[in-house]
Design a protein around this ligand. Structure first.
Ligand code: SF4
Ligand code: SF4
Length: 330
């Protein structure tokens, strides 16, 4: 796609005036800390209680769009079942194991659950949103893969419903896993999206080895690309954090523009920027949000990323690994 096409496409999206009238005076990029070189915790910006957010009215507006779409309505009804499901209470004498044995038992148990990725990270207080607290030491991260054929229909009701379904699966699995800890006498708190919990999940998922941050602001995993969602369980049960090997995504993104060219409002910034004390890829919140809200949660950038394509992603990762090995030999 040429740069001209990109410009032409970017000028074609005009957000609905009704939505724009609800936008706050403050830029979402300011709330996110774009351009800030000092480290600080993230401020809640979206998917929290709308009453506490500058963008709360716009968040509520999102749910007024396409409420009767049959795909979305069915997926939301199913999701509500998992949101309503109880987690078993803590019971019995707390089982005592070493961190290594707990981690091995966790991974064995997880292999029988309906999840696609699992990892452990020790919680960094910097991941916790301003105004929130996490009084647990570890987070068990859960990755739930999309059906790529379904998300390739994004943005549409069919593609959006696939996102809802996989968030529902994440909620279900997080509750099952929290129940497993509780039935061994230990406290555990599940969290499933899309609503945000007390902590940013992407940094935790990066730390536990799910992948690397792509230019489109989502994680790229070696098997699923960006075609997955996150859920988690907070616990104090002693665990061993999982490793986070590099798969070379960063270099690839530096020379790829597939997502930025495909993004209708041209929201994906071409260079890394300072964001709360870290130089990293960043998506312009103010540009992405109106399109996202009017188009079933968009997700075009995730669907077009070559790493997300089942037939291409794993081969690309292999190719990058071979390239790195050659470089290391020189
Ligand atoms: S979600 Fe859509 S609008 Fe937002 S960055 Fe991705 S492609 Fe662009
Ligand atoms: S489409 Fe290309 S630039 Fe965008 S995240 Fe994927 S690999 Fe990186």
């Amino acid at each position: 796609m040429s740069t001209d096409t990109k410009k032409e496409k970017a000028t074609k999206f005009f957000p609905k005036p009704g939505q724009m009238a609800l936008m706050p005076d403050i830029s979402g990029n300011t709330i996110n800390g774009l351009g800030e070189t000092e480290k600080r915790r993230a401020s809640p910006i979206y998917w929290h209680d709308p009453a506490m957010l500058a963008h709360g009215k716009v968040q509520k507006w999102f749910y007024t769009q396409n409420p009767d779409d049959p795909h979305i309505a069915k997926a939301r009804t199913e999701r509500q079942r998992y949101i309503n499901a109880e987690v078993p209470p803590k019971s019995g004498e707390p089982v005592q194991r070493s961190a290594e044995d707990w981690t091995a038992a966790l991974l064995t148990h997880a292999s029988g659950l309906d999840l696609d990725l699992i990892g452990v990270a020790e919680i960094d207080p910097k991941w916790v949103f301003e105004g929130y607290e996490v009084r647990k030491k570890f987070v068990v991260m859960i990755g739930i893969a999309h059906d790529y054929d379904e998300i390739s229909h994004l943005p549409s009701g069919r593609g959006g419903a696939e996102v809802v379904r996989q968030y529902a699966r994440g909620t279900k699995v997080a509750k099952e896993l929290a129940g497993w800890f509780r039935q061994q006498g230990h406290d555990a708190t599940p969290h499933g999206g899309p609503l945000a919990g007390p902590m940013l999940l992407i940094p935790a998922a990066l730390a536990c080895g799910f992948g690397e941050l792509g230019k489109h602001g989502s994680i790229i995993n070696e098997k699923f690309g960006s075609s997955f969602r996150l859920a988690c369980v907070f616990t104090d049960v002693p665990l061993v954090p999982t490793a986070a090997p590099s798969i070379g995504v960063d270099d690839f993104c530096a020379n790829c523009q597939i997502c930025s060219n495909a993004c209708p409002p041209d929201a994906i910034l071409p260079e890394k920027n300072w964001v709360r004390g870290e130089k990293r890829w960043y998506v312009d919140f103010d540009s992405c949000l109106p399109y996202f809200n009017e188009n079933f949660g968009c997700g075009i950038c995730i669907a077009v990323c070559p790493f997300s394509r089942p037939d291409i992603g794993p081969k690309l990762v292999e190719k990058l690994a071979r390239r790195r090995a050659r470089k290391n030999r020189v």
